[in-house]
Design a protein around this ligand. Structure first.
Ligand SMILES: [Zn+2]
Length: 349
């Protein structure tokens, strides 16, 4: 029996519910899955759209909710398909629209505060104590272009555990983060709960390749924690007429089909990332793209006015790789312009 948020699930049960962190006023569509298999008692929390408008995680969560068979699952999975549901319906990017709370910046919240603060406090009190790992699904915002990547906590007690899992994901960049006031960041730093942010997709777009990438990452995560029974590989049928080469080819083909979760991915870990912010309001022209390598002194972009007068140029402070950048023209003072991982701090993992 698994007790969670007022619900009780028997082994092998899947339940789809609306969770209410704040009376009936706020709702989070959630799939609860209680594994039938003996073994790990761990609970995995997957959250999507803590930032409204970052859609690919929600599409992947909906597919995972259908695909995960409780009979094959060890442990429990909490799949929150959309956390900032109010923002989703109001088509308000990122923040909880009632009070402009950014749930990636406002933990631990306040039970007696505004709606956003209450949602954060509810996670801290009701959800975090019941989970063993958090995967928080994000993407670039409406005017932010990014390369798929993972932010992992620097928090020493959980760092190694998170990195072992992150290394199995099918993204190219792993980025150390000091965020201790977001969902996974607070849980990692103050409650010793390991977890990461997976960023995939951008621009308010839902694309099949990104949805599949997020879904595959979550399947890799289930596999990493030995939470899911894999299908056994199909039997190789080898006739006497086949050459040795054909057998190998057939074997490779079958392996690829039957064990997609076992792929290996090369990736780069950035210990230090430069987050360039605007120091004035202006019309922005980026000079770089995601995934682009930059050298120290390279132009990253220009800020100007509506009449085409250039006000400021921004240059790279070191060699790096652009992970995300603002691709929209409108930039306010303090807005993120470009984030690039510094090569001096990078290692291949
Ligand atoms: Zn986000």
């Amino acid at each position: 029996m698994w007790k969670i948020c007022g619900y009780e699930l028997n082994r092998g049960e899947k339940l789809q519910v609306m969770l209410h962190p704040n009376g009936r006023e706020y709702e989070i569509p959630t799939t609860l899955i209680c594994g039938a298999q003996e073994g790990t008692g761990m609970t995995l929390l997957i959250t999507a759209q803590i930032h409204a408008g970052e859609y690919n995680g929600t599409a992947a969560a909906m597919r995972l909710a259908k695909k995960i068979d409780p009979k094959k699952l060890r442990g429990n999975v909490i799949l929150m398909h959309c956390v900032n549901t109010a923002g989703f319906w109001q088509q308000a990017p990122r923040f909880i629209p009632q009070d402009h709370t950014d749930l990636n910046m406002n933990y631990p919240g306040n039970e007696k505060g505004t709606i956003g603060q209450q949602v954060a406090a509810w996670f801290v009190k009701e959800i975090f104590p019941t989970v063993d790992f958090i995967a928080d699904l994000h993407g670039g915002g409406m005017s932010e272009t990014l390369a798929p990547c993972i932010f992992f906590p620097r928090a020493p007690k959980v760092r190694d555990c998170v990195l072992e899992a992150a290394k199995k994901m099918n993204v190219e960049y792993l980025i150390a983060s000091s965020n201790s006031v977001g969902e996974y960041g607070y849980a990692a730093n103050y409650m010793d709960i390991p977890g990461f942010i997976l960023e995939c997709g951008y621009g308010g777009l839902t694309r099949e390749e990104w949805v599949q990438q997020v879904q595959e990452c979550m399947e890799l995560l289930l596999d990493h924690f030995d939470m899911y029974l894999l299908e056994p590989p199909a039997e190789l049928t080898v006739s006497g007429a086949l050459s040795k080469e054909s057998v190998w080819e057939l074997s490779a083909k079958n392996s690829a089909q039957d064990l997609p979760m076992r792929k290996k991915y090369r990736k780069k870990l950035f210990e230090e990332t430069e987050y360039l912010e605007s120091d004035m309001r202006g019309v922005w022209y980026p000079a770089i793209c995601e995934n682009q390598s930059v050298k120290k002194g390279d132009l990253l972009g220009e800020l100007g006015d509506f009449f085409g007068n250039m006000k400021k140029r921004y240059y790279a402070i070191g060699d790096g790789t652009v992970v995300y950048y603002t691709s929209g023209m409108s930039v306010l003072e303090g807005d993120a312009l470009v984030a690039y991982g510094l090569e001096d701090s990078a290692e291949e993992v």
